[in-house]
Write a protein that binds this ligand. Structure first.
Ligand SMILES: Cc1ncc(COP(=O)(O)O)c(C=O)c1O
Length: 409
């Protein structure tokens, strides 16, 4: 996805913000932090110690792990509007649980949504029958092969900050919407009144409001990012950063809404294992004790300022966006994809895993970020020269990265 034939696809070891590939080359990871999961850093000693203790105490049993209860109490303490909690192990799976609960609660089938929410049928149904409805929702070109055609028309997309689009969906589907599903915030801030109006629309039409906090939570608050905006959903879903690289997901919600789960079959054996809740408790507590948000924002700001000043000095047309902890930039050129690929190639040569996104980790040090910014200054200058003399393709040592998302395996 970043620099085909050059980006190391497999790793031997990862610690802090450093990664060693199978050839023993060491990189500082200034890219995706384990697809956003390792908010503290790779192989964090405190979380790994807690997990080792859970393994020693028996990580799976016929009985339940008490850490589940402790974690439920902690999540409800952090989100006082929530009364009940269920668990899964992955973000997309937890989102499917949330949608099932919303459908069970309302007896309705349709879901209005904005953004990316995983691979499950309820979501990919949006790309039936045209196949392009999900373009512009983080991941474009997601193929719905294998999703029953009968689900066509059940997942209705709207764009972030486009209340008019959601209003049209609500008006055209009165009495049919089970849920409104969205990230409270991702790349852009909500325009004034947007989240409040979505909340009011959900109330008005009787739909369950689901906030997907899988990626945004714990980046700007010690909990869901919705806490910052004072708008509470009926259900919020957490995964990724809550457990620093160990599979864990939580669906939290208002008691009356969550109770609908009891009327449906929603269960899986490994939702009862002990490592997930143990890692989540340790991660959330460390996150709070160390004021991790402050560090993430500091690193993110340094990176954003570094990109801006490097682009300005080099005369490279770059737009920087995103909250500091989940920063990214875009290159405003017709051959942006090739330039972005060359950026990654040049940064790999300098010992950095780097793309046009930076997911901050607690393990990133100011020194690492400063070294990264110095490398970006050099690389942006070289890119600008390459663009000027039409040399981008000639400098690339592999293919241009593809747009859209494909798995390696
Ligand atoms: C907002 C959002 N929701 C859901 C998911 C899916 O989570 P997972 O990949 O753990 O299934 C992601 C993953 O990138 C995400 O960013």
């Amino acid at each position: 996805m970043h620099a085909p034939e050059q980006w190391p696809p497999y790793y031997a070891r990862a610690k802090g913000a450093e990664v060693w590939d199978l050839d023993g080359r060491k990189f500082v990871d200034m890219s995706y932090a384990g697809i956003g999961s390792c908010i503290l850093g790779y192989a964090d000693a405190d979380i790994d110690d807690a997990v080792r203790a859970a393994i020693d105490a028996g990580s799976m049993c016929t009985l339940n792990a008490p850490e589940e209860v402790e974690l439920a109490d902690l999540l409800c303490e952090l989100h006082p509007w929530a009364d009940k909690v269920r668990y899964a192990r992955c973000g997309g799976e937890a989102m499917a649980v949330a949608v099932r609960i919303a459908r069970a609660r309302t007896g309705r089938e349709k879901v209005a949504f904005c953004g990316y929410h995983g691979w499950h049928d309820w979501y990919l149904a949006a790309n039936l029958p045209q196949g392009d409805a999900l373009d512009g929702h983080l991941l474009s070109g997601l193929a719905p092969a294998g999703v029953p055609a009968s689900l066509s028309g059940t997942a209705l997309p709207f764009h972030y900050n486009r209340l008019d689009e959601l209003e049209r969906i609500v008006a055209a589907n009165r009495g049919e919407l089970a849920a409104i599903v969205m990230e409270p915030v991702r790349n852009n801030e909500p325009v004034a009144g947007f989240l409040e109006s979505v909340r009011a629309l959900a109330n008005d039409t009787g739909a369950v409001l689901v906030f997907d906090e899988v990626t945004a939570a714990f980046r700007a608050t010690n909990g869901g990012i919705h806490l910052r905006y004072g708008v509470s959903p009926d259900i919020a879903v957490f995964a990724k950063a809550i457990s620093n690289g160990y599979p864990m997901a939580a669906i939290i919600g208002r008691g009356d809404v969550m109770s609908a789960a009891e009327g449906s079959f929603i269960s899986s054996t490994y939702w009862t294992e002990r490592i997930g809740p143990t890692a989540a408790l340790a991660t959330i507590r460390k996150h709070r004790e160390r004021d991790v948000v402050r560090h993430l924002e500091k690193m993110g700001r340094l990176v954003q300022e570094g990109w801006r000043s490097a682009a300005e000095r080099a005369g490279l047309p770059v737009t920087v966006s995103g909250m500091p902890a989940l920063s990214h930039f875009s290159i405003n050129l017709a051959n942006a994809q090739a330039v972005r690929t060359l950026f990654t190639q040049m940064m790999l040569d300098r010992g950095f895993l780097a793309t046009n996104a930076f997911y901050a980790m607690y393990a990133h040090s100011t020194a690492q970020v400063e070294q990264y910014v110095a490398a970006v200054q050099e690389v942006f200058r070289e890119l600008a020269t390459a663009v000027e003399c039409n040399g981008v393709d000639r400098l690339l040592r592999g293919p241009v990265a593809h747009a859209g998302f494909y798995r390696l395996t």
